[in-house]
Design a protein around this ligand. Structure first.
Ligand code: ZN
Length: 319
């Protein structure tokens, strides 16, 4: 699972080095330390697909509030063993499930910026009641050299609390004032009365005219020329009714930012395993099986929200 696909060029993108430049702080400068005391992870590599660069942004990480067998009741001991080989970081002490909460930025030609998901959000956001820590997306963006005013498009894969947390501030003002926020119309329509997403993110973005409800597959950006490529959203329902994923491709190169099509490696090694909080487990299973089969055939690299590594390749042969 760790070999690098020849289909996707990989170049080192030293986020840490960028941070030092942006912050103007040198090694040993107290300003460069994370004030929360969280352990910094090493810089991770972005991936280039044609003219686009996909950059992982880790908003939060920690244990889930349910043991893993409770979250994935159908998973067998064999499936857990295989999953441990794919994503060992997901296995905490005992039965603990450890997960990341990751967003991705996609930088295109002329500096166009697309952000996919906005994490758990600040202390006091709707996810604050259960997420392991408050999010730190603003500092991650700074580390990547991204100013929120320069973000053109925010894609919300779905309207769960750990995916829209930094869309607006606690004052209800959009965090990305010049962006349109792309969400499937069916996702908004399916929100239950009283759902936190409606008051926290949908209504404020409607007030400012920034909510862009789309229907089905929609192209977001195209880059001309030989080093071109495109970004589009595709419906990947099941986890939620209007769940969508983001496809970045150029010729044979492809990265898919999956959202929550799979939330643990156990669903990669056995796509039939349901996650406890899927809105429609049968639809979710079919979506996952189809996406993973296509990813395997195309040697697509998956950019997941909750695995403890930003890039995952699907094994060439089903296990
Ligand atoms: Zn999630």
């Amino acid at each position: 699972m760790n070999e690098t696909s020849p289909a996707v060029r990989r170049r080192t993108f030293l986020l840490a080095a960028t941070a030092l430049t942006v912050a103007g702080a040198g090694a040993g400068d107290p300003a460069s330390a994370d004030p929360s005391g969280r352990k910094e992870r090493p810089a991770v590599a972005a991936r280039s697909v044609g003219a686009f660069e996909v950059i992982p942004l880790l908003d939060a990480a920690g244990p889930f509030f349910l043991d893993r067998q409770v979250a994935f009741p159908q998973a067998t001991p064999h499936a857990w063993d295989l999953a441990r080989g794919v994503d060992p970081g997901a296995f905490g002490p005992g039965e603990t499930w450890r997960l990341d909460f990751r967003c991705y930025a996609i930088r295109g030609p002329r500096g166009r910026l697309t952000l996919v998901d906005t994490g758990v959000g600040p202390d006091g956001s709707p996810a604050g009641g259960w997420a392991p820590t408050p999010g730190r997306l603003p500092s991650e963006l700074e580390r990547a050299g991204i100013d929120p005013v320069d973000v053109d498009v925010v894609v919300l894969t779905h309207l769960h609390e750990d995916h829209f947390g930094w869309s607006v501030g606690l004052d209800g003002r959009p965090m990305f004032p010049n962006a349109r926020y792309v969400v499937q119309r069916s996702e908004v329509a399916a929100l239950p009365d009283g759902d936190a997403a409606r008051a926290y993110v949908v209504d404020p973005l409607r007030v400012t005219g920034q909510l862009d409800e789309v229907d089905g597959a929609t192209r977001l950006a195209t880059a001309p020329g030989r080093s071109g490529g495109s970004i589009r959203v595709i419906p990947t329902p099941g986890h939620t009714p209007g769940h969508q994923s983001v496809v970045v491709d150029h010729g044979r190169e492809q990265v898919i930012v999956t959202g929550d099509v799979l939330v643990h490696a156990v669903q990669l090694v056995d796509p039939g395993v349901a996650y406890r909080y899927e809105a429609d487990p049968d639809v979710a299973r079919r979506t996952r099986q189809r996406l993973l089969a296509e990813a395997r055939a195309r040697r697509t690299v998956l950019a997941t929200a909750h695995l403890t590594q930003p890039w995952t390749e699907v094994a060439t042969e089903p296990r």
